[in-house]
Design a protein around this ligand. Structure first.
Ligand SMILES: [Zn+2]
Length: 483
């Protein structure tokens, strides 16, 4: 069965088919962070969702090119740069580094390309020039360049492909209320913003005069440059549908005359403790706030992956506790499977279990993969996917309790799990850090062994055990492991 996804363009669930004639390559563009602050948990829901889409496509055998832009010039950034009296690069560099670190904490795969708006000014300018040449963009009295929705629609193009828009309500009646009063219609949006004193050093020369790009044009220019004028999949949070994504379509299709994106995917909002996140309500969390509360990236990732991407998700601290308990159940089961898989010849099940038992085990592993795949194929039905995982954990625990799993079955089960986890990305729990004094004891034991002082080496082993650590021989030498 093929992968089915909800396409915001058709407002329906449809089979995903890439543009690549061979059906192998897929290009994804995900609107990335505006690097003016630490990303909050609502932003992270969207980025983890993007990661899930990419991992699912890779799981299905596609060769994915994943692009996520870094918005490093935009109104909010310029305001903060002005307020903090720093340089643009210094200011955005700090938050970009934090974003990439957080991405890693949540075990999101690093996109293959992370283009920066400030490094694509020539591409942005040439895209605007194309729109001006086609008569869809115009330079206004304030020297900014705007996109004309009326001219675009006049060419037979549709503005409002993702969202049905009421153009009567968007007419220029509210022009006085708009701070961008120089544009011809209130619905028009800026492609190039003319330099103003508050921009400080943040401006570039252009054929339209000094200034800087608007936010929407950045994404059109970078996605088409890195992928192509038409690409497979564009995703982002539902708050970006209008105007950001609608404007991306208008700019791109207005310039090329070709369809911009085949599938549009949007992730739903997130509530925190049942309410819209806000600093005044005390329910505004960055990823770092949650880490400071003692949760880890694995637990937060798990929690964000429990709800379907098109459902509003209520993120709670209690839910994070639940994530911790669920992960512990999985870890315990995997730990036991590893023990059995690593002791192939000492298991009674290896000699006693009838051949049928092994077939049961293999069936369990292949059922996990087929149920999990069927759930993802159904518009990324993550609840059903977790359902398949926990059913498998229950069944595996039952077999473990009756001591009827062979080493070969345990190995097959672990292989199946690893395949599933290439999508879920929850990995293994972090190894606890070994205190320095215990590593010194381990070294002393090695020295004693080399000197054939086995009495001393045994005493150190006993001392380590009393402190809750055992020595494990690995190909890289002995290591300490928490009991
Ligand atoms: Zn974007």
């Amino acid at each position: 069965m093929g992968l089915k996804l909800f396409n915001t363009l058709s407002r329906s669930v449809q089979e995903f088919t890439p543009l690549d004639p061979a059906g192998k390559k897929v290009g994804i563009y995900c609107c990335g962070p505006t690097v003016y602050d630490f990303a909050h948990i609502g932003n992270w829901r969207t980025f983890v969702f993007g990661d899930l889409v990419r991992r699912t496509l890779e799981f299905k055998g596609y060769a994915v090119t994943h692009v996520m832009n870094i918005t490093d010039v935009e109104d909010k950034i310029i305001k903060r740069v002005w307020e903090t009296k720093t340089s643009l690069r210094e200011f955005t560099g700090k938050y970009e580094a934090a974003f990439l670190e957080d991405l890693k904490t949540l075990n999101c795969l690093l996109p293959h390309h992370t283009p920066h708006a400030t490094e694509h000014i020539p591409e942005i300018i040439s895209l605007i020039e194309k729109l001006v040449r086609r008569g869809i963009a115009y330079k206004a009295a304030d020297s900014s360049v705007y996109f004309s929705i009326e001219k675009y629609r006049g060419c037979g193009c549709t503005y409002g492909q993702l969202l049905k828009l009421n153009f009567d309500e968007m007419k220029a009646g509210e022009r006085v209320k708009s701070d961008e009063y120089a544009k011809e219609s209130v619905a028009d949006f800026a492609l190039w913003k003319a330099r103003v004193p508050e921009d400080g050093d943040v401006f570039w020369p252009s054929p339209f005069g000094e200034g800087r790009p608007g936010w929407h044009i950045e994404c059109s220019a970078m996605s088409m440059k890195v992928l192509s004028e038409t690409f497979d999949l564009h995703l982002g949070g539902e708050d970006l549908i209008f105007p950001h994504h609608e404007d991306e379509i208008a700019q791109s299709e207005g310039a090329t005359g070709k369809p911009f994106v085949k599938h549009w995917l949007h992730g739903a909002h997130l509530l925190v403790e049942g309410k819209k996140m806000s600093k005044s309500l005390g329910n505004f969390f960055t990823l770092r706030d949650l880490l400071a509360k003692g949760f880890n990236g694995r637990e937060i990732r798990y929690s964000l992956l429990t709800a379907h991407y098109r459902e509003t998700f209520n993120f709670t601290l209690e839910g994070l506790q639940g994530a911790r308990a669920a992960l512990a159940r999985i870890d315990e089961c995997l730990g036991k499977l590893r023990e059995i898989a690593n002791q192939p010849l000492t298991r009674p099940a290896d000699t006693l279990s009838p051949p049928g038992g092994e077939r049961d085990g293999a069936r369990g592993a292949s059922k996990l993969i087929s149920d999990f795949t069927a759930a993802l194929d159904d518009d990324l039905n993550i609840s059903a996917a977790w359902g398949a995982v926990f059913e498998w954990v229950r069944e595996t625990n039952r077999r473990l309790a009756e001591n009827s799993l062979s080493a070969a079955e345990a190995t097959a089960a672990l292989t199946a799990w690893n395949k599933i986890d290439s999508v879920l990305g929850i990995g293994a729990p972090a190894e606890p850090e070994v205190p320095a004094e215990l590593n010194a004891l381990l070294e002393a034991r090695q020295t004693a062994r080399k000197a054939k002082d086995f009495k001393r080496s045994d005493a150190i082993r006993g001392e380590l055990k009393a402190k809750g650590w055992v020595i494990e021989d690995t190909p890289k030498g002995p290591k300490l492991k928490k009991i």
